[in-house]
Design a protein around this ligand. Structure first.
Ligand code: NDP
Length: 487
């Protein structure tokens, strides 16, 4: 049984009022340990520590900040096996996924922003008569809050804190209370990486308590949030009067558009992955599979055949392809959607139930079969609301226009995946889908320099590359007269 602590001002501390939350292993339902149930008083302590640290941290050279991030990345590499095991245990994801995606990407995030800050230079503008020189002085925002979800715990946590620290801010971070362990491990190595005390602080606890206190604190000048759309809307409402900088990366209801001329095998293989990777709990997962009528029966049958063969297993088993969903509450929410789909008359092509425990150890775990539904109206809740589990719907379309209409028939706009061998159609459809990301004949291919984020209810702002560094800095225009014109 572990006992996590907050990191405040370089010290690992219990919560001030002594409240604790149980941390549950999704694959077994067992209590793994306890985490601090932090409150506003802990946020206050962290803000004080960050305020003391900010004047000198914001003046450190970019080389120094970059070196801290690189050392931290190296510490992730040194502790990779422990982090992989912890991420899989805490989240329920297959250990193979934590090994191939989560932990390498967390390391990469730190290294990437260590490099990005070395290339992030000010702009200057000089008019033709050289009468004045304008330059942009980018200053760190100050103390910033970074709030991340449970589905890709360390991956998304580092994706926020790395650019914030690289740009010279002091950070108060809150990982999801459902998956806090790897953020806690990272927090233990912050001093060894070279961060002065108070520069990086981690508070554990519930979103509506400590998360809200971070959002509300007047000295926290920017909030970078990844999570559900309802929470994002709530944060936007509650911060409106304070004019904080906000970056909101929210939910999705992502379409995959499968045209008749696609490379069938490649579309099939990747759609299976884009639907069910991480138990369907990636904001970028495809959840509405739109298939051109002429190949609908063949594509549906092949997809169902492959999905039926995915048997959720013990996440610690290296051969497991699908693990447990993250919590009992989340399992029940996903099963509730499946029940609604049945009541709405959906045909359940495969899955539709909890999955039997893979072994005795996992007897009380939270396992759901990969589920494929057809026959649902495009407007119904199952096709409109984010389920965030191993559940997809199939819908046929007759023309490119109809495919784009169906794809855009959503309040969300995060990512679309387009499968066609027709080059012109691919670009045309990409330009017409209302999403922040469009993948053509691929999925989840990321280049960390590109802008990442959604439109409509999927969020506001972009992360990634210089976009993230711009968010975590305040640009000031400085204008200098050269004495060669008007004053
Ligand atoms: P939530 O919105 O429930 O929570 C996200 C984080 O915010 C958690 O740390 C949560 O804490 C915290 N939080 C909750 N309420 C508040 C509040 N009032 N003030 C401040 N913080 C708060 O999302 P989930 O953790 O359930 O994550 C799943 C969602 O995240 C899905 O909708 C998914 O699509 C989205 N997501 C979006 C991504 C993107 O890049 N667009 C990427 C990954 C996920 P606690 O856990 O204690 O509630």
């Amino acid at each position: 049984m572990f006992h996590l602590k907050n990191l405040i001002g370089g010290e690992l501390l219990d919560p001030k009022d002594g409240g604790w939350i149980e941390n549950i292993e999704p694959a077994t339902g067992d209590v793994l340990g306890q985490i601090p149930r932090s409150q506003a008083a802990d946020v206050e302590l962290a803000v004080q520590a960050a305020s003391r640290a900010f004047p000198s941290w914001s003046q450190t050279s970019f080389e120094e900040r970059s070196a801290c991030l690189r050392r931290w990345g190296a510490l992730i590499a040194n502790h990779a096996e422990a982090l992989i095991a912890a991420e899989s245990q805490d989240n329920g994801k297959p250990v193979s996924l934590a090994r191939s995606v989560d932990i390498p990407r967390a390391q990469k995030n730190l290294e990437f922003f260590a490099g990005a800050i070395e290339h992030f230079a000010s702009e200057a503008h000089i008019p033709a008569d050289a009468s004045h020189i304008h330059y942009t002085h980018r200053k760190p925002v100050g103390i910033v809050g970074c709030i991340s979800p449970w589905n890709l715990p360390l991956y998304l946590f580092t994706w926020k804190i790395a650019p914030a620290l690289a740009a010279g801010n002091c950070v108060i971070a809150k990982p999801s209370e459902i998956t806090p362990v790897t953020a806690w491990m990272l927090s233990q190595w912050a001093t060894e990486a070279g961060f002065p005390e108070g520069v990086f602080n981690v508070l554990h606890g519930y979103g509506h308590e400590v998360g809200q206190a971070i959002v509300d604190h007047p000295q926290i000048k920017a909030i970078s949030f990844t999570g559900g759309t309802q929470t994002g809307a709530h944060i936007a409402r509650t911060t409106a009067g304070q004019f904080k900088k906000l970056s909101l990366e929210l939910g999705g209801k992502n379409p995959a558009l499968v045209f008749a001329d696609c490379n069938f095998d490649s579309a099939l293989r990747t759609t299976l992955r884009s639907s069910f990777a991480n138990q369907g709990q990636i904001c970028l997962c495809s959840s509405r599979i739109l298939i051109e009528e002429s190949i609908y029966p063949a594509f549906r049958d092949a997809l169902v055949e492959k999905a039926s063969r995915i048997i959720p297993g013990d996440p610690t088993d290296e051969t497991t392809k699908m693990g447990a969903v993250v919590s009992a509450a989340h399992r029940d929410k996903v099963l509730g959607y499946i029940q609604t789909a049945k009541e709405l008359g959906a045909t359940v092509l495969c899955g539709g139930e909890t999955s039997p425990a893979p072994n005795e150890r996992c007897a009380n775990g939270f396992f759901i079969q990969p589920t494929i539904l057809e026959g649902l109206d495009a407007q119904c809740s199952i096709n409109q609301e984010e389920i965030f589990g191993p559940v997809i719907t199939l819908q046929p379309f007759r023309s490119e226009t109809e495919a784009v209409q169906l794809a855009n028939n959503s309040s969300y706009g995060l990512a679309a995946t387009i499968w066609t061998e027709n080059l012109e159609q691919a670009h045309r459809v990409a330009s017409r889908v209302e999403t922040g990301i469009a993948w053509i004949n691929c999925w989840l291919v990321r280049d960390l320099r590109t802008p990442f984020g959604g439109v409509k209810a999927s969020g506001v702002g972009r992360e990634g590359g210089f976009e993230a560094l711009r968010f975590f800095t305040e640009p000031q225009n400085v204008c200098v007269s050269t004495g060669n014109g008007a004053h």
